[in-house]
Design a binder for this molecule. Structure first.
Ligand code: FES
Ligand SMILES: [Fe+2]
Length: 403
């Protein structure tokens, strides 16, 4: 009996087998598009440095205002080129230290300011990254330089919501007539904890006493409990994005809205029923439809910086067909959406994911967590990311490779 029991234990399969690659993705998923900066953060004559999934990247505008992205480590002595902007022409990126000057298009060393006949010229280079700029945002395709063909940006964004999902679809972030505004800030947690918090139907408890919710008398549940596997839908569009959607649609009746707890007497006070729907897309982009108000939407990008930090992008989008629409949108954004939505409301999310970091980083959290019924949706995301990523980012040279 005892021997048999030991045998069973020895054969036990990891409970994580269905999303194992996800657990290795401490530094992020590679070969995906990530937001790198807002347009206004990369003015002419400035070299802007960012880090995405361990890649140090320098952004600079060239001819016609086009944004280029190159490795932000000089091949000569390894300083970050973005430490001090030296913009001499609109075709080159010059390192401020000894003047190594690289072509923006190909990263090849074109000259050295004080050694123009140097043998290194034409032989040395730094790598380049594809970029895409639209509606005030700059995205960079981060991963292997030889990954070809580079997929379209739309394959790494939430789908454009079709009419069969919503008769009044929210605006799409890349459309010309879309108002796009937001903020980004650094969170002290691994990117996966950020994604999981954003998509977790059990996490709304942290918003229970948000000013925004109380002031609008919104009936935001203590938690949304999935009733069956149909509560989440995996969306796999050919050549398109891969996502998982919480089908909160009231007519589908796939979630129990938990509005009170009998043991503690806790209950929600808001009276106004409110419809919202969330979906999460590889490589970690949340779409919240009809938020912060009906017909608007919020995108959240959880961009890995290194293994313990992520850049938290909070973007509001809305339909905007005229100059008058734009003025009204600016007014709402400035006086409501940013202060009460992106800051007051979302500060709780940042707080929660940072509070998880120690457990997952230092206490074997991925193996020690005790998931409950609410977490079926989080596990659904883990499986999706494990299945549809284009590669797991390895730590950069010199980073701790212990786990
Ligand atoms: S370190 Fe850049 S030119 Fe010397
Ligand atoms: Fe939240």
């Amino acid at each position: 009996m005892g021997v048999g029991a030991r045998k069973v234990a020895a054969k036990a399969v990891s409970p994580h087998r269905e999303y194992e690659p996800y657990l290795e993705a401490k530094w992020g998923l590679k070969n995906h598009w990530y937001p790198a900066a807002f347009t206004h953060e990369v003015p002419d004559k400035l070299v802007k440095g960012v880090m995405i999934a361990g890649h140090e990247i320098a952004l600079r505008r060239g001819k016609g205002g086009k944004v280029y992205a190159l490795a932000d480590r000089c091949a000569h002595r390894g300083v970050r080129i973005s430490k001090k902007s030296m913009c001499l022409t609109d075709e080159h990126l010059t390192c401020w230290y000894h003047g190594f000057t690289y072509g923006l298009e190909d990263g090849v060393l074109k000259t050295i300011l004080a050694s123009p006949d140097d043998a290194q010229i034409g032989k040395t280079r730094i790598r380049t990254y594809p970029t895409h700029e639209k509606n005030g945002m700059i995205w960079v395709f981060v991963g292997d330089e030889d990954f070809k063909p580079v997929p379209p940006l739309t394959s790494d964004l939430p789908m454009r919501v079709p009419k069969e999902y919503d008769p009044n679809p929210v605006a799409f972030i890349l459309d010309d007539n879309t108002f796009v505004r937001g903020i980004h800030r650094t969170g002290d947690s691994n990117w996966r904890l950020a994604v999981e918090n954003g998509f977790d139907p059990g996490h709304v408890l942290i918003h229970y006493d948000n000013v925004f919710i109380a002031a609008t008398d919104r009936k935001l549940a203590l938690g949304w409990q999935p009733k069956s596997p149909e509560a989440v839908e995996v969306i796999d569009l050919p050549e398109g994005p891969k996502g998982i959607m919480n089908r909160y649609d009231p007519h589908l009746n796939l979630y129990n809205y938990i509005n009170e707890n009998a043991v503690t007497g806790m209950k929600v006070y808001g009276k106004q029923e409110y419809y919202v729907r969330t979906s999460m897309w590889v490589p970690g982009v949340l779409l919240v439809e009809h938020w912060p108000v009906t017909n608007w939407a919020q995108y959240e990008f959880y961009v890995p910086i290194d293994d313990t930090h992520h850049e938290y992008w909070e973007i509001i989008v809305g339909h905007c067909n005229s100059e008058e629409d734009r003025k009204e949108a600016e007014f709402k954004y400035t006086n409501f959406f940013e202060p009460l939505g992106l800051l007051e409301f979302n500060n709780r999310d940042l707080f929660a994911r940072e509070a998880m970091q120690d457990f997952y980083e230092k206490m074997d959290g991925w193996n020690q967590e005790q998931l409950c019924k609410l977490d079926a949706v989080v596990v659904g995301w883990r499986k999706l990311a494990a299945r549809f990523n284009r590669g797991i980012q390895a730590p950069p040279p010199g980073a701790d490779r212990k786990d």
